[in-house]
Ligand binder design. Sequence first.
Ligand code: CP
Length: 302
Amino acid sequence: MKNKSLVSIDDYSKDEYIKILDLAAKFEQNPVQDILKGKVIATLFFEPSTRTRLSFESAINRLGGKVIGFSDSSSSSVTKGETIYDTIKIVSNYCDLIVMRHPLEGSARYASEITNVPIINAGDGANQHPTQTLLDMYSIRKTQDKLEDLNLFMVGDLKYGRTVHSLLMAMSKFNTTFNFISPDELKMPDGYKLYLDKIGLKYYEHKDFTDIISRADIIYMTRVQKERFSDPIEYERCKNAYILKNYMLENTKPTMKILHPLPRVNEINVDVDINPKAYYFTQALNGVFVRQAIISSILGLI
Ligand code: CP
């Protein structure tokens, strides 16, 4: 992992996932340390973020490192026409590691090919969000005591949702049974389903999940992302497709947990928040420890 970019979740092996999760558990026990002293990390967010950027910055600050960067590219020279190429080349002179979010799919891979400074992909369009996946896996392992043989329900925008794409790729290494619940317009892309066929893993597609909810170990809710639709009428048709309410959880397994990468709009009713099966706020906290593990591994400090 040392000096290696993390652009796609497939950049890490199954053993490397486990190493990161084990290390994150150690950071959870002891999150304030000085191991990043003297290190400068750039966070370049060309697209809005609350959790990813702030949990990265919290992780870095708690480990004694310094952060430079921008949370809004309109405050950078991108507005003057500077290219990604030039931006990455220049920022590489100022830091030891770059965390980057960009709306264009493939932008993080491109950035990793033009600099020797490691790049962490903090989300590239509808493609990948690998650090979210590692914190999702950490949350799954912590709540289920295992990663193997789980029944994972993915609900909502499975077409444009980068978090579900990364999570599918990673969890496919743990004999997961996948249930994809989405409207027709937002189905899991064929490429991912062909991949599951190829490796012999079961998946099922549904439009509704009320009748099968008792089978779920994890319900992974996602937001219908207005910003990814080119047709506003299609967004209007899909936006209220799934709204999880507390009464719907009555017949779920006692150990079942609800995850969501957040932000939510209305797909999880606020009455679910008080249910012990709601895990999404703790999931976001776990992001700090997991990102501490990723950064310190890439910088070779552990
Ligand atoms: N989960 C996630 O990526 O949230 P943000 O968009 O707030 O970073």
